[in-house]
Structure formats: structure tokens, C-alpha cells
Design a binder for this molecule. Structure first.
Ligand SMILES: NC(=O)c1ccc[n+]([C@@H]2O[C@H](COP(=O)([O-])OP(=O)(O)OC[C@H]3O[C@@H](n4cnc5c(N)ncnc54)[C@H](OP(=O)(O)O)[C@@H]3O)[C@@H](O)[C@H]2O)c1
Length: 378
């Protein structure tokens, strides 16, 4: 049987953007979800968008029925892409299906606890079956992995040994969020962020970090992310990796102070609401709702990274900029699916963006979708 790309969650907001990006890229994904009517309508909407040698097809699967998700993948060369969240509640079936089949898996999560489980628990299982697991392959957290890898490379090129990498994520312009992002934030709002400290993953409340972004100081909140697992693989000197989200602007320090023992960054979309009631409302909210194209056109992804030496001296820095978080996420998922489908990846287990594809192909692929280093990269 020919290898296939399967997109679970295709009828959601991010799923639809991803389906469109896949079709434009010449893929013919199997659109998977729980509503036949929505899948049929989406298949029709995609007609004429791309080369369409083989048009998309659809399949019914429910993330709360693991057997139905397992039935989506038949071949170790298949690629299962999931945009069904919250991942801490609904993500397990797709990871298990990919590990069981020994195929490739990509998802759109930004949820730290889920990312940690994929790297710590599912990665070793995947190494045994040959599965390739690429979690959080969207705005969260590819741009920071790219910026961090470029900063590490710049430090080494200058003959320096980087021991710590700090990454900050920002959005320039309107930072509107989809229904799914709010539901995911609510799902992890009481989980602590984590970082790599001295070569170990350590969870804790963390501190606010300040980054120089194009000459402006911007604060950001600590968050658990893939950089903590993936960046140290790129350089044996790196022992500390910390990732921060800078969406709150001037409210950053107040949110951090008010968040107590919880994940401050997860509370950005929730500010002003009681977490419990918002979690309930988010879970009941209609899916498929997110910022309109006209709004997304004014938003830009910005990620910065800096390398430090063992006594905290700045060694190198990088900044990457690209399209809006949702458009970028869709393009990244489609790109990763195409790379995996055609075998342009390396390694098995839980993988970061640079170790899965190599830094130069990652730089090239990201540049093609408009995510590129700025002149300020040193
Ligand atoms: N990392 C990033 O930068 C980034 C960017 C974008 C999105 N995300 C994440 O991606 C996820 C989706 O976001 P979104 O905005 O697309 O959300 P959404 O519009 O609410 O879509 C959620 C999708 O999940 C499907 N779904 C829900 N329960 C299901 C189940 N039991 N079985 C199968 N499918 C199920 C929904 O299907 P129905 O159509 O049947 O309701 C819908 O297709 C969220 O976790 C969000 O945080 C992350």
C-alpha cells in the first residue's frame, strides 16, 4: 500500500489551515475526524486548491476511541498528523497509534506536560518500534528551536562553548487565539513549567526573563517546551535550556506574580477568568473558531535566542521572524509531513526539529514559508 499522510482534527481551525497547506504543497491527505458531514464539506472545499493528482479522502475516527485512531495508519511509512487538542486530554490515542505502527507522527500541541510525556515516556517506546515522533511542530515550538540552533552554531563559529540557551517567543501585532488554543491553555493552567537545568529536566515556577527584541526590552514567562529536550542534543556543551512566552507584554510580571505555583504562561489567554469556569467553558465551546485571515495578516511570529557561557556571559544571539502563528503552524505541519513522507528525516524516537531534519534543511524549509533569521543574528 502507498504511504499516506493522515490529518486527524482536519475539521478544526488549525486542522483546516493545515489541510489547505498540505493540498497546496501537493499532498493528498486523508482527512480524519468525528463528523462525516464536516469531513465531506471540507473535502469539497479543498477541491481546486492544489495540484490534486489524487484528491483528499476522509476517514472517521474519534480520539476517545483508540481503536478508531489506530485504524488510520497501516504502514510504517505513513505520517499521522494530529491537531486534536487539548492534547493532555485527547492526544494519547494518536501517539500510541504511531508508536504501535512504527510510523511518523507530528502534532500541533503547545502543552508542556504532553510534550514532556512524548519525550520521556513515548520516545523510548518509539525507538523500539522505529516510530518518529515530532511533537509541538508549530509556532510552539519550532521557531525557538530554529533560533536556538542558529545561536549555538554562531557561538561555536566564534570559537566559544555555549552552556546555556534561552529562547523567547513573541507576536508582533494582534495576538488573537483560537478556541482550541484557549481550551489547551485551560487544560494545563495548573501545571508547572519546566526547563533543562544542569542536564536534567526540572519543573518549577521559574522567573520572568527579559529579551532584547530589535532594541526593545520585552518580558516573557517561563514555559515547558521542546527546546528543553532537543537543543542540548545539538551541542555537548549545552546543559541549561529555558523557554519563555512573551505574549503578555506589560502584564507579564503581574501575571507571573499572581500565578502562584501554576503555569503563568498558560494563563495568558485566561487572564481575568477563573481557571475552573474557563476550563469548563473552553471544553464546551464550539470548535473551528479562530482569528480571521484579515486579522492574521497583521500578526508576525518573532522568536529570539541567546547563548551564554558558564558564568552567564552573552556569547551569541539570533532572531527569526515569520508569518502569523496559525498560518505558520499549518505550513510547518504540512512541511514536516512532506519531509517525513519522502524519507528526508533521520533518527527514531522523540525528535526535535533540527535533529529530525538537520539544521540546514530546516533553515531552508522555514525560509520557504517565510520564517527566516533577521540581520541581527550574530
Ligand atoms: N503550537 C501551536 O503553535 C498551535 C497552533 C495552533 C493550534 N494549536 C493547538 O492545536 C489544537 C487545535 O487547535 P484548534 O484551534 O484547531 O482547535 P479547534 O478548532 O477547537 O479544533 C479541534 C479539533 O479537534 C477535533 N476533536 C475534538 N474532540 C475530538 C475527538 N474526541 N476525536 C476526534 N477529533 C476531535 C475537533 O473536531 P470537530 O470538528 O468534530 O469538533 C476539531 O477538528 C489545540 O490544542 C491548540 O492549542 C497549537
Amino acid at each position: 500500500m502507498t504511504a499516506r499522510v493522515v490529518l486527524l482534527g482536519a475539521t478544526g481551525f488549525t486542522g483546516r489551515l493545515t489541510a489547505e497547506a498540505m493540498v497546496r504543497a501537493g499532498l493528498a491527505p486523508v482527512l480524519a475526524g468525528r463528523s462525516v458531514d464536516a469531513l465531506v464539506a471540507l473535502t469539497g472545499d479543498l477541491a481546486g486548491l492544489g495540484p490534486m493528482d489524487a484528491p483528499p479522502s476522509w476517514a472517521v475516527a474519534d480520539a476517545s476511541d483508540p481503536a478508531s485512531v489506530r485504524a488510520l495508519v497501516h504502514d510504517p511509512a505513513d505520517v499521522l498528523v494530529s491537531t486534536v487538542g487539548p492534547f493532555t486530554r485527547l492526544g494519547r490515542a494518536a501517539v500510541d497509534a504511531a508508536v504501535d505502527q512504527g510510523c511518523a507522527y507530528v502534532d500541533s500541541t503547545g502543552e508542556g506536560p504532553f510534550i514532556r510525556a512524548v519525550f520521556e515516556d513515548d520516545g523510548p517506546r518509539a525507538e523500539r518500534t522505529g516510530a518518529r515522533l515530532l511533537t509541538a511542530f508549530g509556532y510552539d515550538y519550532v521557531p525557538g528551536n530554529l533560533a536556538g540552533a542558529l545561536a549555538i552554531r554562531a557561538a561555536r563559529a566564534a570559537g566559544r562553548v555555549p552552556t546555556a540557551v534561552e529562547v523567547g517567543y513573541f507576536v508582533d501585532g494582534p495576538a488573537a487565539m483560537s478556541s482550541g488554543t484557549r481550551a489547551s491553555a485551560a487544560a494545563i493552567a495548573t501545571d508547572l513549567p519546566y526547563a533543562l537545568e544542569g542536564g536534567q529536566i526540572v519543573a518549577g515556577h521559574g522567573s520572568v526573563a527579559t529579551f532584547d527584541v530589535g532594541g526593545t526590552s520585552r518580558d516573557a514567562l517561563p514555559v515547558g517546551a521542546t527546546e528543553a529536550f532537543a537543543l542540548a542534543r545539538l551541542d555537548p556543551g549545552v546543559r541549561d535550556v529555558r523557554t519563555y512566552l512573551g505574549w503578555a507584554g506589560a502584564r507579564t510580571r503581574a501575571i507571573h506574580a499572581a500565578s502562584g505555583a501554576a503555569a503563568a504562561a498558560a494563563q495568558l489567554p485566561l487572564a481575568g477568568d477563573a481557571i475552573d469556569s474557563l476550563a469548563k467553558r473552553a471544553a464546551d465551546a464550539p470548535t473551528g473558531v479562530g482569528p480571521a485571515r484579515s486579522e492574521r495578516e497583521h500578526a508576525r511570529t518573532v522568536a529570539v535566542a541567546r547563548c551564554l557561557d558558564g558564568v552567564g556571559r552573552h556569547l551569541s544571539g539570533s532572531r527569526v521572524e515569520g508569518p502569523s502563528p496559525y498560518d505558520l503552524t499549518a505550513d510547518l505541519l504540512a512541511w514536516a509531513a512532506a519531509m517525513l513522507l519522502t524519507g528526508r528525516n533521520r533518527g527514531v524516537g522523540a525528535l526535535g526539529p533540527a535533529d529530525a531534519f538537520g539544521l540546514d534543511p530546516l533553515v531552508e524549509g522555514c525560509a520557504a514559508m517565510g520564517l527566516a533569521p533577521t540581520a541581527e543574528t550574530t
